[in-house]
Design a protein around this ligand. Sequence first.
Ligand SMILES: NC(=O)c1ccc[n+]([C@@H]2O[C@H](COP(=O)([O-])OP(=O)(O)OC[C@H]3O[C@@H](n4cnc5c(N)ncnc54)[C@H](O)[C@@H]3O)[C@@H](O)[C@H]2O)c1
Length: 359
Amino acid sequence: MYRKLRFALIGCGRVSENHLGALTCGQLPSELVAVCDIDEAKARAKGEKYKLPFYTDYHAMLAAHPDVDVINVATPTGYHATHVIDLARYGKHIVVEKPMALRVADCDKMIKACQRNHCRLFVVKQNRFNPAVVAARKALDEGRFGKLVMGTVRVRWRRTQEYYEQDNWHGTWALDGGVMSQQASHHLDLLQWFLGPINNLHCRTATRLLDIEVEDTAVATFQFKSGALGAFEATVATRPQDLEGSLSILGEKGSVVLGGHAVNKILYWGFSDARPEDAEIHQLFSQEVPNVYGRGHTPYLASVIEALHHKKPGMVEGHEGKKNIQILTALYESAARGGVLLKPGCPIRRSRLGEKKKR
Ligand SMILES: NC(=O)c1ccc[n+]([C@@H]2O[C@H](COP(=O)([O-])OP(=O)(O)OC[C@H]3O[C@@H](n4cnc5c(N)ncnc54)[C@H](O)[C@@H]3O)[C@@H](O)[C@H]2O)c1
């Protein structure tokens, strides 16, 4: 029997509820010990709701709770690198929200800071734990698709101008990026997780309906090292409502289409080696979700706890999280250069992701 791991959360904004709910739902061997937000009202609200001490300074929180095992970082993306590097010196394991950071160089610094301090760095990719995604990935691992032909992801979500105006970081180059970085980073992660390393890509972006610095709409194509192709489209300018967050995998021996708003339903499942259990797969592995964040934080955090207890690799640690930032960076670079063909890891000259505002 392992003891419960003690968690503390930094950043009491929108996604924090998924962490707090998961850590207190009674399904995980976890104990939540404290929360922190520089906005006192937000810290207080979560502290009172979960009956926890709350802080406005994470150093003060860690001084008061030196026995914390894991720190969850749910602050704006552009601060992830600063916060993770600053926190690593406490030697606590860290779970950082997606996307891991805005620049590949920052991912490297975060990974090194955690290595230096003998702590592990996990990156939230909760969609990998959606039952529908788990079932499709199992089919892939069993070779049921055969030779892969194509993967497609589509994110057709609605974000309003008010969404971007409720804080000063969403929709900025310095702290967020656009639909690719903020919303579709999950789907890009799934595409590379299913189809493997990318040989090259090209990307076009546009800002069609929202008054923001960054893109609200993007399209891209990929060629994977396997030779399979990938198609990507994402927009937060879908009106009048969210339509879908979907993933299709097509192979020589079968195809799967996952959809719903958050890759949460099996829409099509067909293989030439049909098995009896396939008949029930839609029903058993499709899930209703309350919002586009889905229900994956609980199984994701369960996997982190298991990886720590059993000292085994986590599903998404620093190097795996960094792959997503390499892809995003190449997409932004390609778009900035008018849609040229690029490889992930290409030299960056024009991408503005993570760019600090000139004063
Ligand atoms: N996994 C998912 O599905 C998912 C969903 C939404 C957001 N996210 C990610 O989670 C992160 C947070 O997003 P959000 O929508 O919750 O943002 P948010 O703006 O609602 O919350 C961020 C909070 O961090 C606080 N903060 C900033 N600096 C701080 C500091 N130094 N110490 C303590 N608190 C600090 C802010 O005051 C704010 O309350 C982003 O990286 C975002 O991309 C992930």
